[in-house]
Design a protein around this ligand. Structure first.
Ligand code: AMP
Length: 399
């Protein structure tokens, strides 16, 4: 068996490398893997190929070492990646700035531009570039396409995209709201309309991407008009380890009274806050178990999380005027039954009625969880960023 004609999807984080090989003709996943803790004392890798899985604790000093190990694991499966006839590579790139509004073939100029705008996403874009370089060294002749997390939101209207900041400063430093998780919001909103058998252009949706990172968007007829993440993925909803919205004055206060550096505050807001900061845990399954067991800190964290989520649902209902669908996706949105019920509880007067039995169903398929008489259709639609990236890579590579 080979992987000829397939698409390799790569998502390189600062210390991780996720990959998938998909058959673009059938959407079938042929291989799937994740290397974690790259650059730390012990790294781990999980590699799955056509039904068989390998897990190892290894030493991976950098992303090149991770790619070399992936190549070895494929070789053990009888696949020579470098000579396998892959048709395209799709790379997830977090920040496209004001330079990239659509998936883009990676040329030298495009590479330089992604590098130039890396200051907008210093934690993400450099890691994405390392992944691009490592894969390009291995597969120099396979077209590589960058798929940007910001692209779907690049036409947000000014009123949603601009901060009320001195325009001269904002313009000079490209400070505006870019939005993230765009590949997921675009895929899920299109899939929801398709599932409902309706024309995307006629459906107004609120999409709730609730994973470890979390964001909401208001999508009018397929076009996003607002989203919760901003200049960086820190803004908006309460997340696993990120604050979401927070008074910027707290930055000044911590610098003054706690003598924290900008780096300290960055780490505090991005890595030690959110659900983890509130109750010591960011795994939603464990939080829900603790809530059920009467744990006070977990209960408080859960209420803060829901309060923020409901605030944005309300805001987007007003922005859209008419809402046809509210769509839950990502790890929490697809699996956490109580989050879906509690975030939309008591909204019957706004035409939102959840059906408890439908909501309790566990499935990997898109499904409706509202009652038949609910004016707003509430859905769960599993996201699939890898598939969306693979499709974009195929489209751009021109196959
Ligand atoms: P993601 O970032 O999309 O992979 O989502 C990760 C989050 O989804 C974690 O907080 C998980 O705890 C949560 N999650 C996954 N499965 C479940 C589940 N069955 N119930 C509640 N939360 C879940």
């Amino acid at each position: 068996m080979t992987i000829e004609g397939s698409v390799l999807v790569v998502n390189a984080g600062s210390s991780s490398l996720k990959y998938q090989v998909l058959d673009p003709a059938t959407d079938e996943v042929i291989a799937d893997g994740l290397a974690e803790r790259i650059g730390e004392a012990t790294s781990s890798i999980k590699h799955w190929y056509r039904g068989s899985e390998v897990r190892r604790e290894v030493s991976l000093p950098d992303h090149r070492a991770a790619i070399a190990l992936v190549v070895d694991l494929f070789a053990a499966d009888g696949v020579d990646v470098a000579d396998s006839g892959l048709s395209a590579v799709g790379h997830r790139v977090v920040h496209g700035g004001r330079s990239f509004f659509a998936p883009t073939l990676i040329t030298d100029e495009v590479h330089s531009e992604i590098e130039r705008i890396s200051s907008l996403a210093p934690l993400h874009n450099p890691a994405n570039l390392i992944g691009i370089d490592a894969v390009t060294a291995l597969l120099p002749d396979v077209p590589a396409v960058a798929v940007f997390d910001t692209a779907f939101f690049s036409d947000l209207p000014d009123e949603a995209a601009l901060y009320a900041l001195d325009s001269a400063v904002a313009d000079e430093y490209a400070i505006r709201r870019y939005g993230f998780h765009g590949t997921s919001h675009e895929y899920v909103s299109a899939r929801a309309a398709e599932f409902l058998g309706r024309d995307l252009a006629e459906v107004n949706q609120i999409v709730l991407h609730l994973g470890n990172g979390a964001s909401a968007s208001a999508v009018r007829g397929g076009v996003p008009v607002d989203t919760t993440m901003g200049m960086t993925p820190l803004e908006g909803l309460v997340m696993g380890t990120r604050t979401g919205d927070i008074d910027a004055g707290i930055v000044f206060q911590l610098a003054r009274v706690a003598d924290m550096s900008i780096q300290d505050i960055d780490t505090l807001f991005n890595k030690r806050s959110g659900l983890k900061g509130l109750c010591g845990e960011n795994d939603f399954r464990a939080i829900l178990e603790r809530v059920d067991a009467g744990d006070e800190a977990a209960d408080r964290a859960y209420r803060v999380y829901l309060h923020r989520l409901r605030r944005y649902i309300g805001a987007y209902m007003i922005e859209l005027g008419r809402v046809d669908a509210i769509v839950f996706t990502a790890g929490v949105g697809e699996n956490a039954v109580p989050v879906r019920a509690d975030s939309l509880a008591g909204l019957e007067n706004y035409g939102i009625r959840i059906d408890a039995e439908r909501n309790a169903v566990r499935s990997d398929e898109p499904r409706v969880i509202s009652t038949d008489d609910s004016a707003v259709t509430v859905l769960v639609v599993p996201t699939n960023e890898e598939l969306a990236i693979a499709r974009a890579a195929v489209a751009v590579a021109g196959m």
